[in-house]
Write a protein that binds this ligand. Structure first.
Ligand code: GAL
Length: 366
């Protein structure tokens, strides 16, 4: 047998790339015939749900990148159930994982289990969503969440021609899950752009539902959004036309679109509709002119940041950050690396998403 591979969890490619492999092939001494692959231990990846394509991509991207660095991974999805996620993280701590990367379901529910992680000296990276109310969050990797909302609000303002004095127009508002810190950031960012027009009566919310609490969508659930949109159309619109809908996320946008179509909106009468995540189904709707916009966040880049942060912490380094002010989790301001989100609509989806390698033309055509 020419080689003995001690760490069967690593591929040849990753062994080569890690660059710390001792290869002594060709030597007849059996001890020297051994490849000593690095085993940097297991990183626990606790992701919220497989119900949305982006989190599947996030998980896969991190596994790939951690593997290249010589780590093994334990990737868990919690089916959007808070207790399941707590149990999964608890099991990772019990097993002695080297570090945890957590995309929280309920940002405020992890205090106890993270205290247990801290007692075992296990560093924690908050992934995409800020973990709140815990001192035991070491770093945060995310996109500029406020800016996501600004892009959505600006798309509505630009597309309706509000700056050119057009209007008034009817708008309805949707926000994400209230227990996800990001949802407030998205909403506040969007409202910073929309509020002046609401104040001057150039945008009118006929339902009267304008507070974050009134427009939040538990678990980012598209079906919940569809039902709320249908109720609003039935109760507040009559013969009036709905011109635009602020939606924080593609899954919610598709629910809204179903409701407006069921109410008879078609073609150019469809409301201006925003989104986020550049999910494949929504990009197809953008290409088809049904959803106006989405906010693209390259999950490959986010995975890269989280992996680098983790690796740096585990090898005695200091992770790079670019925001030490915005993300106060109620106990501490968590040092953060912010990536930039990108506005995507019909005019640039080909260039950004297809030429950028996020989707193939075939995927969009299927
Ligand atoms: C947010 C995330 C968005 C979207 C949403 C629903 O926390 O930042 O990109 O994925 O959850 O999953």
């Amino acid at each position: 047998m020419p080689f003995a591979i001690r760490n069967v969890g690593l591929s040849w490619l990753s062994l080569a790339l890690v660059g710390t492999v001792l290869v002594t092939a060709g030597c007849s001494d059996s001890a020297a015939d051994t490849i000593a692959a690095p085993d940097r231990g297991v990183v626990g990846l606790a992701m919220p749900t497989k119900g949305s394509a982006r989190w599947i991509g996030d998980g896969e991207n991190m596994v790939r990148q951690f593997t290249l660095l010589g780590y093994r991974t334990d990737l868990q999805y919690a089916d959007d159930d808070v207790q399941t996620q707590i149990d999964q993280i608890d099991a990772m701590v019990e097993r002695g994982d080297k570090a945890l990367v957590v995309g929280a379901i309920n940002g405020s529910a992890l205090k106890d289990v993270l205290a247990k992680a801290a007692a075992a000296d296990i560093p924690v990276i908050s992934y995409d969503r800020l973990i709140r109310d815990s001192a035991n969050v070491d770093y945060y990797a995310t996109f500029d969440n406020y800016r996501v909302g600004v892009l959505q609000g600006a798309y509505i303002v630009d597309t309706l021609g509000l700056k050119r004095g057009r209007g008034p127009f009817n708008l309805e508002l949707f926000a994400g899950s209230a227990d996800d810190n990001n949802a407030t950031f998205f909403f506040n960012g969007a409202m910073s752009v929309l509020r002046p027009y609401l104040g001057r009566g150039r945008l009118v919310v006929r339902s009267g539902q304008t507070s974050f609490a009134a427009v939040a969508t538990p678990r980012w659930d598209g079906a919940v959004a569809r039902q709320r949109m249908a109720r609003i159309l039935a109760s507040s619109y009559g013969s009036a036309r709905l011109d635009a809908v602020l939606s924080p996320y593609d899954g919610i946008s598709r629910g809204i679109l179903e409701a407006v179509k069921a109410a008879g909106y078609r073609g150019s009468r469809l409301p201006v509709l925003t989104g986020q995540d550049a999910e494949l189904d929504s990009v197809k709707l953008i290409a088809d002119g049904q959803q106006g916009q989405t906010v693209y966040k390259d999950t490959r880049e986010l995975a890269k940041v989280a992996v680098q942060m983790t690796n740096s912490l585990l090898t005695g380094g200091t992770p790079e950050v670019n925001d030490t002010e915005q993300y106060d989790n109620g106990v501490k301001t968590v040092p953060t690396f912010l990536l930039q989100p990108v506005n995507v609509d019909r005019s640039n989806y080909q260039r950004v998403l297809v030429e950028g390698g996020y989707y193939t033309a075939d995927q969009l055509a299927a």
